[in-house]
Design a binder for this molecule. Structure first.
Ligand SMILES: NC(=O)c1ccc[n+]([C@@H]2O[C@H](COP(=O)([O-])OP(=O)(O)OC[C@H]3O[C@@H](n4cnc5c(N)ncnc54)[C@H](O)[C@@H]3O)[C@@H](O)[C@H]2O)c1
Length: 277
């Protein structure tokens, strides 16, 4: 006869347990990174918040700490590999391990050719190595730096969850975003797959999320503009932009053992946009 576990073992609190576990979030001072950090700390995790914006970082640090969260924060630019690795290593040694890292920091690289302000700067003729440079350095090399900061300890522990923030623009053509952004997010998805295969034998899971249009401060805050929001909403099956808080559930899934058999995959959070492509 099959024995059923006690009901508590199947409670959401148990299945998505992150309490007393340790995580790093890059780009934690705003938008999606702040939402990831807040749901992790709200559920008892210890989180190192990294961001290059020291003022905004202090704001989120103080807010989460006031709510009783276990947070540490450090102003770090993810393109500074040495500094990033040093601060992750310090956190790992204080916490005696690392359960997960969210490589989330990113920039937009300017508007796409399909927007009013991007008609001239976002077209193919305007593309130059210079305009791509910062997007490559932050959105791709910054992610590699973050992964490198975590894998050594995760290999020793034989467990860990790495979560990369990609985009729907890495899967399909998206006139709203820059060429560099779309191209590099596509590379982030491939980076995730490559790392997932290499690291699976070490017990390390690697996944990516593909947000759609989420109302954050990215791209100078143009998603907060009502006209932009309205025109983008018309392209979303759910009929509206997403909110950063709508990443909470997925963050807990990927951070916890609830996703113990999920690796090498891309999970959209896009109100149905990719289903149309
Ligand atoms: N908002 C969306 O619609 C959307 C859609 C798809 C993907 N994304 C991705 O989500 C991630 C988070 O973006 P967001 O929308 O929350 O934007 P956001 O601008 O609100 O937050 C991004 C954070 O990353 C930080 N950051 C940028 N460059 C950095 C660097 N070099 N080093 C350290 N920190 C740095 C910023 O200071 C900021 O706090 C990005 O990778 C972005 O490409 C966002």
């Amino acid at each position: 006869m099959t024995e059923h576990p006690p009901v508590n073992a199947l409670s959401a609190q148990n299945i998505f347990n992150v309490s007393c576990k340790s995580y790093v979030v890059t780009g934690a001072a705003s938008g999606l990174g702040a939402a990831m950090a807040e749901v992790l700390t709200s559920n008892g995790a210890h989180v190192l918040l990294l961001d290059r914006d020291a003022t905004a970082l202090k704001g989120i640090h103080d807010r989460l700490q006031a709510l009783g969260g276990h947070v540490k924060s450090q102003p770090v630019d993810v393109t500074d590999a040495e500094n990033l690795k040093k601060h992750v290593a310090d956190f790992v040694s204080q916490r005696h391990g690392l359960d997960g890292l969210f490589a989330n920091a990113g920039i937009s690289g300017g508007p796409g050719f399909g927007t009013q302000s991007g008609v001239l700067t976002g077209c193919i003729e305007a593309q130059s190595p210079d305009t791509w440079e910062s997007v490559f350095r932050i959105n791709l090399h910054g992610v590699v730096n973050a992964l490198q900061s975590a894998v050594t300890v995760m290999k020793q522990q034989k467990h860990g969850s790495l979560v990369l923030t990609a985009s729907i623009a890495g899967v399909k053509a998206e006139p709203f975003v820059s060429y560099a952004y779309s191209t590099v997010k596509s590379a982030v998805i491939q980076l995730m797959r490559q790392a997932a295969i290499e690291l699976a034998p070490h017990g390390i899971r690697v996944n990516a999320i593909a947000p759609g249009f989420i109302e954050t401060n990215i791209a100078g805050g143009r998603l907060h503009d009502p006209a932009t929001a309205l025109s983008l909403s018309k392209r979303v099956p759910l009929g509206r932009l997403g909110q950063p808080t709508e990443l909470h559930g997925l963050t807990l899934l990927l951070a916890s053992d609830a996703s113990s058999y999920i690796t090498g995959t891309l999970i959209p959070v896009d109100g149905g946009v990719l289903a149309l492509s």
